[in-house]
Design a protein around this ligand. Structure first.
Ligand code: ZN
Ligand code: ZN
Length: 276
């Protein structure tokens, strides 16, 4: 089905992310061949530390593999987005200024100051630098998280109480799905693809569970996509209701394709609380 956008997205926007995700999937499959991570008791780590797994367990990342994937992504972006090719060339010329052991750490710590200074030093826009560091890291992150998907999803929110934060990698999420089989709600992390359960009538941002102040909006043409809003904190959460489609969807792409819902929610004064 070709979805009609109530607002116009930049040309090629969704296709660009589809291509990017396909590339990331391919990289993940390649990396998997030489990957043997130590087992982690993720639920125990969550209960003991009350922090995302990534903050209490060492990330098994091969710096050279990361560096080569990073370069590959820059070349790919040059191809897909000719308008930023100049910036990609600039980064490629200055690769020796980048510390590939430190970049993932700073990214996961969301150290804005580090990236501002680094981007000023190599004279490229900060957001683009962060985008490249982030998206080249995701195949590694997903590979590491993958063996734990089921365990975390089946935990029924017993070991993790920060509903809008990914228990594995610590990224903020504002996308969830209602499972086709039983209508239970799962939050989705578009960084590491982990899902974790949360209550249905519940604001993932502030914990409000009063049905009078939690509402949902839909866009007429597409009832599967909903925005849950909370009057207490003015937060919103995008949700894909599988019961309307009867099967699973690619949540990464669904999140991108529904940017119009973010715009709609923000126009109505709601906030994704991404930067809180
Ligand atoms: Zn995550
Ligand atoms: Zn709220």
């Amino acid at each position: 089905m070709k979805r009609q956008f109530p607002v116009s997205l930049p040309e090629g926007y969704v296709d660009f992310f589809k291509n990017l995700e396909t590339w990331q999937n391919k990289q993940q499959i390649k990396l998997k061949k030489s990957y043997s991570p130590a087992g982690i008791d993720v639920l125990k780590a969550l209960v003991n530390t009350n922090k995302p797994v990534i903050q209490s367990v060492d990330f098994p990342l091969d710096v050279n593999q990361y560096k080569s994937l990073y370069q590959e992504l820059l070349l790919l972006l040059k191809d897909y987005r000719p308008e930023i090719a100049g910036v990609m060339d600039k980064i490629l010329e200055k690769l020796e200024h980048l510390d590939f052991g430190l970049l993932p750490v700073k990214l996961l710590e969301a150290d804005q100051q580090y990236f501002s200074e680094l981007s000023a030093r190599i004279d490229v826009p900060t957001e683009l630098l962060i985008f490249t560091v982030d998206h080249s890291l995701r195949p590694f992150l997903r590979l590491w998280a993958e063996p734990h998907y089921t365990e975390i999803a089946e935990d029924e929110f017993k070991s993790w109480s920060f509903a809008n934060v990914c228990p594995f990698c610590g990224s903020k999420s504002h996308f969830s799905r209602l499972r086709a089989t039983d209508g239970r709600r799962f939050m989705f992390c578009d960084h590491c693809f982990t899902e974790w359960e949360t209550r249905n009538i519940y604001c993932v941002h502030c914990g409000n569970s009063n049905p009078d102040t939690i509402q949902y909006l839909t866009v007429e043409e597409d009832l599967a996509y909903q925005i849950y809003t909370c009057e207490e904190c003015k937060g919103y959460l995008k949700t894909f209701d599988e019961r309307h489609k009867g099967d699973k969807t690619d949540l990464f792409i669904a999140n991108i394709e529904t940017v119009y819902l973010d715009m709609l929610a923000q126009e109505k004064g709601y906030n994704s609380h991404d930067n809180d």
